[in-house]
Design a protein. Structure first.
Length: 291
């Protein structure tokens, strides 16, 4: 008599990480973020003007509004992506309840991380549109506005100041005033070159060191403004001094608003991670009918 031995094959191990579910949830979160950002632009978050009142008050309010919207967007989009991840992930039949809970939470956080990394490249332009109104004037920490000449960039708060600095006195311009008023010196020097030079001086004085213009730089600006605008040297100096004072206030406000937006950005990311983890847990519970 031959004994028959029946060997039960072990079931193949199931991975603790369901990457398809994570990727799917991450894409959903990123897409929802894009939708909410477009909605925010449509209802006016991108047209908040930091110059509509006192600069320090207006920009702070705009930064607060933009920060709250970023936080709400992160929570809603991350929660949706996390829930989708929890519902789509592989069922762990042999895992303990505590382990399933941990894995679901981890899957939600991974979906949030995937969406965040992907959104850093794909959704940066959309985020700039929505937060542009709040970030205008936020200096180094926010959007930069392009200016003419030599491919340089100036902080957004500099643009209106440069416009006023080089505003010509048409009544004083005579003779060859047409060419000068159009932005070209008799010697062929373009207005964009002078704007770029003034922008670099302000950037060096306030964007980085914050020490202000040196006497030589101030005198150079006075000569430039007098030659460009047709103002008398004394009037050009008064204009430069007035614009310098406004630039100092604008730069200080820009730094404060930049810090404000940075804190809101960190808070919105952390809230998004928490929302994704909790939503994935709920989605996993629904998937396993463990409610």
């Amino acid at each position: 008599m031959v004994d028959t031995v029946i060997v039960e094959a072990d079931s193949p191990p199931v991975s603790a990480v369901s990457w398809p579910a994570i990727i799917a949830g991450g894409f959903v979160a990123a897409a929802m973020t894009l939708v909410l950002l477009a909605l925010g632009a449509g209802i006016g978050f991108s047209v908040v003007s930091p110059w509509s009142g006192a600069p320090d008050i207006a920009t702070t309010k705009a930064a607060t509004v933009g920060g709250i919207f970023m936080a709400v967007t992160a929570v809603m989009a991350s929660a949706l992506g996390g829930y989708i991840t929890g519902r789509l992930r592989t069922r762990w039949a042999s895992a303990l309840a505590n382990e399933v809970y941990f894995r679901d939470t981890a899957h939600g956080v991974l979906a949030w991380a995937f969406a965040t990394v992907m959104g850093a490249a794909l959704l940066a332009s959309a985020a700039t549109i929505v937060t542009g109104g709040a970030a205008a004037g936020a200096g180094p920490a926010a959007a930069l506005a392009a200016v003419q000449g030599e491919g340089r960039q100036a902080s957004a708060w500099q643009a209106p100041l440069l416009d006023r600095l080089f505003r010509p006195d048409y009544a004083a311009l005579t003779g060859g005033a047409g060419a000068r008023a159009a932005g070209v010196f008799a010697g062929g020097r373009d207005l964009a070159v002078d704007r770029a030079a003034a922008s670099r001086l302000f950037a060096t004085a306030y964007d980085r060191s914050g020490t202000g213009l040196t006497a030589d730089d101030r005198q150079y600006l006075v000569q430039m403004v007098a030659a460009r605008t047709g103002l008398a040297p004394a009037d050009a100096e008064r204009r430069v001094v007035a614009i310098e004072a406004e630039a100092r206030i604008a730069a200080d406000t820009a730094r404060r608003v930049g810090m404000h937006l940075s804190f809101w950005l960190v808070a919105s990311m952390l809230l998004g991670a928490v929302a994704a983890g909790l939503a994935a847990t709920e989605g996993g519970a629904a998937r396993d009918e463990r409610s």
